[in-house]
Design a protein around this ligand. Structure first.
Ligand code: AMP
Length: 194
Protein backbone atom coordinates (compact mmCIF):
# COMPACT_ATOMS: atom_id res chain seq x y z
CA UNK A 1 0.00 0.00 0.00
CA UNK A 2 1.31 3.47 -0.87
CA UNK A 3 -0.16 6.38 1.06
CA UNK A 4 0.44 10.10 1.22
CA UNK A 5 -0.23 12.09 4.38
CA UNK A 6 -1.08 15.64 3.41
CA UNK A 7 -1.54 18.50 5.82
CA UNK A 8 -0.09 21.75 7.08
CA UNK A 9 2.79 21.97 9.56
CA UNK A 10 1.54 21.03 13.02
CA UNK A 11 -1.31 18.84 11.72
CA UNK A 12 0.24 15.70 13.23
CA UNK A 13 1.41 13.95 10.05
CA UNK A 14 4.53 12.51 11.69
CA UNK A 15 2.61 11.12 14.68
CA UNK A 16 -0.03 9.54 12.47
CA UNK A 17 2.61 8.16 10.09
CA UNK A 18 4.27 6.36 13.01
CA UNK A 19 0.96 4.79 14.00
CA UNK A 20 0.40 3.61 10.43
CA UNK A 21 3.89 2.10 10.40
CA UNK A 22 3.09 0.14 13.58
CA UNK A 23 -0.29 -1.07 12.27
CA UNK A 24 0.45 -1.82 8.64
CA UNK A 25 4.16 -2.59 8.47
CA UNK A 26 4.78 0.19 5.98
CA UNK A 27 7.91 2.30 5.80
CA UNK A 28 7.64 5.99 6.70
CA UNK A 29 9.34 8.23 4.16
CA UNK A 30 9.64 11.64 5.78
CA UNK A 31 11.50 14.04 3.51
CA UNK A 32 11.84 16.46 6.44
CA UNK A 33 13.66 13.75 8.44
CA UNK A 34 15.87 12.95 5.43
CA UNK A 35 16.83 16.61 5.07
CA UNK A 36 17.49 16.98 8.81
CA UNK A 37 19.76 13.91 8.63
CA UNK A 38 21.68 15.54 5.76
CA UNK A 39 22.00 18.74 7.81
CA UNK A 40 23.28 16.75 10.82
CA UNK A 41 25.80 14.93 8.59
CA UNK A 42 27.04 18.25 7.21
CA UNK A 43 26.73 17.12 3.57
CA UNK A 44 26.56 19.61 0.67
CA UNK A 45 22.85 18.90 0.39
CA UNK A 46 22.46 19.47 4.13
CA UNK A 47 24.21 22.85 3.94
CA UNK A 48 22.04 23.99 1.02
CA UNK A 49 18.84 22.67 2.57
CA UNK A 50 19.43 24.22 5.98
CA UNK A 51 19.29 27.80 4.69
CA UNK A 52 16.02 27.11 2.88
CA UNK A 53 14.48 25.19 5.79
CA UNK A 54 15.41 27.87 8.31
CA UNK A 55 13.54 30.38 6.15
CA UNK A 56 10.44 28.15 6.13
CA UNK A 57 10.65 27.76 2.36
CA UNK A 58 10.71 24.65 0.19
CA UNK A 59 13.81 22.86 -1.03
CA UNK A 60 13.81 22.65 -4.84
CA UNK A 61 11.66 20.09 -6.62
CA UNK A 62 14.68 18.62 -8.45
CA UNK A 63 16.50 17.92 -5.19
CA UNK A 64 13.43 16.47 -3.48
CA UNK A 65 12.45 14.28 -6.44
CA UNK A 66 16.04 12.99 -6.62
CA UNK A 67 16.02 12.11 -2.90
CA UNK A 68 12.70 10.25 -3.10
CA UNK A 69 13.62 8.49 -6.33
CA UNK A 70 16.78 7.11 -4.73
CA UNK A 71 14.98 6.16 -1.52
CA UNK A 72 12.34 4.18 -3.46
CA UNK A 73 15.08 1.88 -4.75
CA UNK A 74 15.88 0.57 -1.26
CA UNK A 75 14.60 -2.95 -0.52
CA UNK A 76 12.65 -1.95 2.61
CA UNK A 77 10.12 -0.04 0.46
CA UNK A 78 8.96 -3.27 -1.21
CA UNK A 79 5.66 -3.45 0.68
CA UNK A 80 4.81 0.19 0.16
CA UNK A 81 5.38 3.45 1.91
CA UNK A 82 3.78 6.29 3.77
CA UNK A 83 4.89 9.54 2.23
CA UNK A 84 5.08 12.11 5.02
CA UNK A 85 5.90 15.62 3.80
CA UNK A 86 6.18 14.62 0.14
CA UNK A 87 4.88 15.65 -2.33
CA UNK A 88 4.63 19.34 -1.43
CA UNK A 89 4.14 20.77 -4.93
CA UNK A 90 2.27 19.74 -8.07
CA UNK A 91 5.61 19.05 -9.80
CA UNK A 92 6.56 16.65 -6.98
CA UNK A 93 3.13 14.97 -7.21
CA UNK A 94 3.53 14.47 -10.98
CA UNK A 95 7.01 13.03 -10.44
CA UNK A 96 5.82 10.66 -7.70
CA UNK A 97 3.06 9.39 -10.00
CA UNK A 98 5.66 8.67 -12.69
CA UNK A 99 8.06 6.99 -10.25
CA UNK A 100 5.33 4.69 -8.93
CA UNK A 101 4.05 3.85 -12.43
CA UNK A 102 7.58 3.01 -13.54
CA UNK A 103 7.84 0.60 -10.61
CA UNK A 104 4.48 -1.00 -11.51
CA UNK A 105 2.89 0.42 -8.38
CA UNK A 106 -0.05 2.64 -7.65
CA UNK A 107 -0.87 5.31 -5.14
CA UNK A 108 -3.66 3.88 -2.98
CA UNK A 109 -4.83 6.94 -1.08
CA UNK A 110 -3.99 10.45 0.03
CA UNK A 111 -5.11 11.27 3.55
CA UNK A 112 -5.56 14.97 4.16
CA UNK A 113 -5.38 15.88 7.85
CA UNK A 114 -7.40 19.09 7.93
CA UNK A 115 -6.81 21.66 10.68
CA UNK A 116 -8.00 25.29 10.83
CA UNK A 117 -5.27 27.90 10.60
CA UNK A 118 -6.26 29.51 13.94
CA UNK A 119 -5.71 26.23 15.78
CA UNK A 120 -2.45 25.64 13.93
CA UNK A 121 -1.12 29.03 14.92
CA UNK A 122 -1.93 28.22 18.57
CA UNK A 123 -0.17 24.85 18.23
CA UNK A 124 2.73 26.45 16.39
CA UNK A 125 3.23 28.99 19.17
CA UNK A 126 3.03 26.28 21.86
CA UNK A 127 5.51 24.10 19.94
CA UNK A 128 7.86 27.04 19.45
CA UNK A 129 7.80 27.75 23.21
CA UNK A 130 8.56 24.09 24.00
CA UNK A 131 11.40 24.09 21.48
CA UNK A 132 13.04 27.34 22.49
CA UNK A 133 16.75 26.74 22.13
CA UNK A 134 16.11 23.17 20.99
CA UNK A 135 17.33 21.34 17.93
CA UNK A 136 14.98 22.48 15.15
CA UNK A 137 16.00 25.91 13.90
CA UNK A 138 12.81 26.00 11.80
CA UNK A 139 10.62 25.60 14.89
CA UNK A 140 10.29 29.24 15.90
CA UNK A 141 6.89 30.91 15.62
CA UNK A 142 7.88 33.22 12.77
CA UNK A 143 9.27 30.46 10.55
CA UNK A 144 6.35 28.19 11.33
CA UNK A 145 3.90 30.88 10.25
CA UNK A 146 5.88 31.28 7.03
CA UNK A 147 5.63 27.51 6.53
CA UNK A 148 1.86 27.80 6.84
CA UNK A 149 1.76 30.48 4.15
CA UNK A 150 3.97 28.30 1.93
CA UNK A 151 1.65 25.34 2.59
CA UNK A 152 -1.38 27.27 1.36
CA UNK A 153 0.42 28.64 -1.69
CA UNK A 154 2.32 25.56 -2.87
CA UNK A 155 0.99 22.41 -1.19
CA UNK A 156 -2.76 22.96 -0.69
CA UNK A 157 -3.34 22.78 -4.50
CA UNK A 158 -2.61 19.05 -4.08
CA UNK A 159 -5.98 18.70 -2.31
CA UNK A 160 -7.80 19.38 -5.60
CA UNK A 161 -5.14 17.50 -7.57
CA UNK A 162 -5.76 14.26 -5.69
CA UNK A 163 -9.49 14.85 -5.31
CA UNK A 164 -9.79 15.03 -9.11
CA UNK A 165 -7.94 11.71 -9.30
CA UNK A 166 -10.30 10.07 -6.79
CA UNK A 167 -7.55 9.51 -4.23
CA UNK A 168 -8.39 12.04 -1.52
CA UNK A 169 -9.73 11.07 1.93
CA UNK A 170 -10.09 13.96 4.39
CA UNK A 171 -10.05 13.52 8.15
CA UNK A 172 -10.66 16.08 10.89
CA UNK A 173 -7.24 16.81 12.35
CA UNK A 174 -8.67 18.84 15.22
CA UNK A 175 -9.83 15.73 17.11
CA UNK A 176 -7.61 13.87 19.60
CA UNK A 177 -4.62 11.88 18.30
CA UNK A 178 -6.51 8.60 18.89
CA UNK A 179 -9.66 9.87 17.17
CA UNK A 180 -7.61 11.03 14.17
CA UNK A 181 -5.94 7.58 13.93
CA UNK A 182 -9.35 5.90 14.06
CA UNK A 183 -10.66 8.21 11.33
CA UNK A 184 -7.63 7.41 9.18
CA UNK A 185 -8.12 3.66 9.67
CA UNK A 186 -11.80 3.97 8.66
CA UNK A 187 -10.89 6.06 5.63
CA UNK A 188 -8.35 3.45 4.59
CA UNK A 189 -10.49 0.38 5.27
CA UNK A 190 -11.59 -0.04 1.63
CA UNK A 191 -7.99 0.39 0.47
CA UNK A 192 -6.24 -1.79 3.04
CA UNK A 193 -8.77 -4.61 2.53
CA UNK A 194 -8.08 -4.76 -1.21
P1 AMP B 1 8.81 18.71 7.58
O1 AMP B 1 9.57 18.01 8.65
O2 AMP B 1 8.12 17.76 6.63
O3 AMP B 1 7.85 19.72 8.11
O4 AMP B 1 9.87 19.50 6.69
C1 AMP B 1 10.74 20.48 7.22
C2 AMP B 1 11.27 21.37 6.10
O5 AMP B 1 12.01 20.57 5.16
C3 AMP B 1 10.22 22.06 5.26
O6 AMP B 1 9.77 23.26 5.84
C4 AMP B 1 10.96 22.29 3.95
O7 AMP B 1 11.87 23.38 4.07
C5 AMP B 1 11.79 21.03 3.83
N1 AMP B 1 11.05 19.97 3.11
C6 AMP B 1 10.62 18.77 3.59
N2 AMP B 1 9.99 18.05 2.65
C7 AMP B 1 10.02 18.81 1.52
C8 AMP B 1 9.52 18.64 0.20
N3 AMP B 1 8.84 17.53 -0.16
N4 AMP B 1 9.74 19.64 -0.70
C9 AMP B 1 10.42 20.75 -0.36
N5 AMP B 1 10.90 20.98 0.86
C10 AMP B 1 10.71 20.03 1.80
Amino acid sequence: MNLILLGPPGAGKGTQAQRLVARHGLVQLSTGDMLRAAVADGTDLGRQAKTVMDRGELVSDDIMIGIISERLDAPDVRNGAIFDGFPRTVAQADALGELLTRRGETLDAVVEIRVDDGILIDRIEARARENEGASRDDDNAETLKKRLVVYHAQTAPLIDYYSERGKLRTVDGMASIDAVSDAIESALAPVSAS
